[in-house]
Design a protein around this ligand. Structure first.
Ligand code: HEM
Length: 129
């Protein structure tokens, strides 16, 4: 029986996902363009790395690590303490796109994921502009 591969499988599983998340937060730490969203995060990004990895694992169709440990993600509610507008959304997206490019995610998968990420990032906006 053939079945469609999940984005998690297309990406290559846990190890490439870990690499992507690490690059994402390394870039957020390094690049002046992402300083605005970096300062919303805690000084130590270890927890952010662990949680985004666990969340994306399930979100991409792999093991539901985040839900197993923390229950429903309720991502929008969890982002309400941080003022997120179009600028923050766009910085988050640019950082993720750069991380996908630099970790060698296949161009077609990258385009599909960018579209899916945009939906989630846009939904996180909570600041009147
Ligand atoms: C739109 C711009 C975004 C900004 C500015 C932003 C910022 C933040 C901040 C400041 C935190 C709390 C610090 C932390 O727990 O490390 C956080 C947590 C988190 N974010 Fe975002 N985020 C954005 C979009 C997204 C998107 C698109 C996703 C998923 C695709 C995501 C997934 C998460 C997860 C899983 C957590 C941990 C939640 C928890 O506390 O359990 N974020 N984000």
């Amino acid at each position: 029986m053939d079945r469609a591969e999940t984005p998690y499988e297309l990406l290559g599983g846990a190890s490439p996902l870990r690499e992507l998340v690490d690059r994402f937060y390394d870039l957020m730490d390094l690049e002046p363009a992402y300083a605005g969203i970096r300062k919303l995060h805690p000084a130590d990004l270890a927890n952010s790395r662990a949680k985004l990895f666990m969340f994306l694992s399930g979100w991409l169709g792999g093991p539901g690590l985040y839900a197993e440990r923390y229950g429903q993600p309720m991502l929008r509610a969890r982002h309400l303490p941080f003022a997120i507008g179009a600028a923050e959304r766009d910085a988050w997206m640019a950082c993720m796109i750069q991380a996908m490019e630099e970790t060698g995610v296949d161009a077609r998968l990258r385009a599909a994921l960018a579209q899916a990420f945009f939906g989630t990032a846009d939904w996180m906006r909570n600041r009147q502009e």
